[in-house]
Structures are given as C-alpha cells and as structure tokens.
Write a protein that binds this ligand. Structure first.
Ligand SMILES: CC(C)(COP(=O)(O)OP(=O)(O)OC[C@H]1O[C@@H](n2cnc3c(N)ncnc32)[C@H](O)[C@@H]1OP(=O)(O)O)[C@@H](O)C(=O)NCCC(=O)NCCS
Length: 172
C-alpha cells in the first residue's frame, strides 16, 4: 500500500448532505444590465462561491477552482427577485471534487420559482502548509439520485481531463 492510499483510507467517508450549501441574495441595480436582468458574470461569481462552500465543507480544507463546465442561462433573473443557489458535492476523485450548482430565481411577491442555471465546478483541495493538492475524504452515496449524479460526474470528468491534458498538435 502506498502513502497516498494510506492517506485516503485514514479519512472517514462523508455523506453528500455534509456538503449541501445554499445561498440567496436580492437582485439590486448594481448587478443588473440596462434591461434589469441579473448579469451573467455575477451569476458565475455566485456559482463559484456556492460551489466552493460545498467543496470546502466536504473536504474541511482550502479549495481552489480547477475547472468550470459550460454554463447555460435558461431564464433571466429580474431586478427585485431573489437569486437562490443550491450546491452539493456530486463525486470525489482523489484530490478533486465535482460540485453541482443549481440556480433559481424567486419572485417573492408571487412565490414563483424558476430554474435558471445548472453548473458543474471542479475543486481541488489544497494543503494549508505545502499549498499542494491533498487527498479528500470519500463520498458516501445513499440515494438513487446521488448515485445518478455520481455516475454522470465520472462521464463529465473524462471530457474535462481530455480537454485539459490533450496533446498539443503541431502548429498550435
Ligand atoms: C487546479 C490545480 C491545483 C491543479 O494542480 P496540478 O498541479 O495541475 O495538479 P494535478 O495534475 O495533480 O491535478 C490535481 C487534481 O486536479 C484535477 N484537475 C486538474 N485539472 C482539472 C480539470 N480541468 N478538470 C477536472 N479536474 C482537474 C486532477 O484530475 C487532479 O484530481 P484527482 O487527484 O482527483 O485525480 C492547479 O492547476 C492550480 O492551482 N490552478 C489554479 C487554481 C486557481 O487559481 N483557481 C482560481 C482561484 S480559486
């Protein structure tokens, strides 16, 4: 058994619920475009923060963003509405974790809630002393839904790593 395997085995598996994080804010003029819609860049900022909360809760560690998958904006969030983000760790690899974030808009006057965005963000846990990636506790999967997310996260990772580490072609 090598040192890395030993480090992993010393860590207690944690349930998905331990990472679950939620944040919300009211959409105000400082973060909207001239049409009164929440700026996409601000949504991305909030996604990164909500996802980092979930990752650091799972890892009990500093984390850095390694990668963000493409983000679709399905519905706008209007000025005066609430923007609500829900994040959880979908899968733990060795030093990295995939976090899924769902973004909703909510009209507090009518109670209507709309799904506006889904994003997948990969974080790497960083050792506070060495500043190098460190091994993360395994994830305890309990439900069929968590199993589906876990499986799909594995498929997405293949694509991310192929993009990051693809061999450079001549002339690139
Ligand atoms: C992310 C980072 C720590 C990876 O470091 P590295 O020296 O390339 O380390 P490794 O190749 O050993 O990769 C570490 C982990 O990151 C994963 N990783 C790296 N790039 C990735 C990507 N694009 N998508 C998914 N996972 C990725 C690796 O698979 C590995 O995970 P694993 O141990 O679970 O298999 C490093 O590139 C970095 O510090 N980047 C800047 C991070 C940053 O500043 N973010 C914004 C502010 S928080």
């Amino acid at each position: 058994m090598n040192r890395r395997q030993t480090a992993r085995e010393a860590l207690q598996a944690k349930p998905v619920s331990a990472s679950r994080s939620e944040m919300a804010e009211v959409v105000l003029p400082a973060t909207t475009n001239p049409l009164g819609k929440l700026l996409g860049g601000h949504v991305m900022h909030l996604v990164d923060i909500a996802a980092a909360m979930a990752a650091s809760r799972h890892a009990n560690s500093y984390v850095v963003t390694a990668s963000v998958d493409h983000i679709d904006f399905r519905n706008p969030v209007n000025i005066g509405e609430l923007v609500i983000l829900k994040a959880q760790v979908n899968r733990v690899f060795r030093t990295s974790m995939e976090v899924g974030v769902k973004v909703f808009s909510e009209n507090a006057l009518t109670g209507e809630r709309k799904h506006t965005t889904t994003a997948y963000v990969t974080f790497v846990a960083i050792d506070a002393g060495t500043r190098e990636p460190k091994v993360v506790a395994p994830l305890k999967i309990k439900t069929a839904e968590e199993r589906r997310r876990w499986r799909e996260a594995g498929e997405r990772r293949k694509i991310r790593l192929a993009l990051r580490y693809k061999k450079r072609r001549k002339g690139d």
